[in-house]
Ligand binder design. Sequence first.
Ligand code: PMP
Length: 466
Amino acid sequence: GSAQLDAAGILEKRRRHVGPNLALFFQDEPLHVVRGSGCELFDAEGTAYLDCINNVSHVGHAHPRVAAATGAQLSTLNTNSRYLSQGLVDYAEALVKLLPDPLQVVYMTVSGSEANDLAWRIACTVARAAQAVAGDTRPLHVACIDHAYHGHTSACIDISPYKFKGPGGMGRPVHVHVLPCPDTYRGENLDGAAAARAAIAAAEAAGGRLAAFFSESILSCGGQVFLPEGYLAGVYREMRAVGAVCVADEVQCGFGRVGRAFWAFELQGVVPDIVTFGKPCGNGFPMAGLVTTPQLAQGFAGPGMEFFATFGGCTAAPACGLAVLQVMREEGLQQNAAAVGAYCLARLRELQAEHPEVIGDVRGEGLMLGVELVTDGASRAPSPALARHLKTHAKRAHRVLLSTEGPFSNVIKVKPPLCFNTRQADAMVAALRDGLARLGPEQRAVLAEASRREAAEVAARLARLS
Ligand code: PMP
């Protein structure tokens, strides 16, 4: 092994040997964490940080029971899913029990990107078979919601406006149609059916056939946007009328995070054709997948092409996944997400009442929360500089880790492991309250001016790449 490096030494080596566009959290003062437990991370000096953003360490960092179950399997056997394994079928059965009919068939992958990529492949396979029967030769198109992120494979970047309209983006591919992001705070684009009809019309005008519609059930990269009531029902109805498969991306919002339900799509009262999942299901062990209907699974298998992913559903994955589900049940973590999430929301709304001029909106369900910062309550113009300032202050002065999201990076995102408690919620809110209290009128004006400039640049880029 090599000598122990300090943060500067790691950074230096990283610059040489790790891809330069792999961004760090807190770029100016990146954290070197060496240990985690529950909702806390510890740096090399042993300093504790309250992790309010890690939605992968779902049941808590380095959960001993999950680590033990995964480790035991790794030290017994870990091979691919071409051998019979009881773990795989037990895990598939456990997942399916958590889903409504007719979602019964599981495909395991390693990452959320792969799961969404596979969902697109299933939709295309089924659509092409239908086209062959009808003598339809139109190219296959796809719809998604603005500012979404669905993964890093080429097919996923195509359906991720967050990327193709983001820095370095190359704009909307011609086969992709984007529904505007419904903005409940500003009261814009709230009608899902109307948005879907516009996307369908755009696909038809471009000579395509819509094969799939992808959406998160809560728009995370979009800025913790909670869909208006009936939104997905309206979209799904229109999409299904033209034969498009409806995919719910539950990579961030699934697995009990919203508290009131195990899956966030349930809050919308819909049943998707494909549900993709990832991040939380392995508590950090790389596993993900999708669940679909027997009908789509048959259609996908129909042409005879095999499906195989070397690591998808490998023996260790279901051992880990089953342990995560068991810990969730035994520790009542979905119920905890509901209770502590409601507590957090109430405390954040009190903070909003103290600062109505800059906290435009506080929203959420369970432990999936967003605080939208604005330059002033009247214009509701985004304030990325204030959001960034509060995030930095929380880390430096309170060792509370938060992140910013949304097209204008002005939404503070709260999505801690599900074992978050009320004391930790108080610490998180106190960090924000202190950050706001310390702002003098001059600094507020500077941040507002910087935000207006930044937002104008972002708006110009978004318009150029639409
Ligand atoms: N979908 C959503 C909503 C995500 O947030 C992410 C990851 N940020 C992905 C898909 C891709 O998952 P992965 O990074 O595991 O490939």
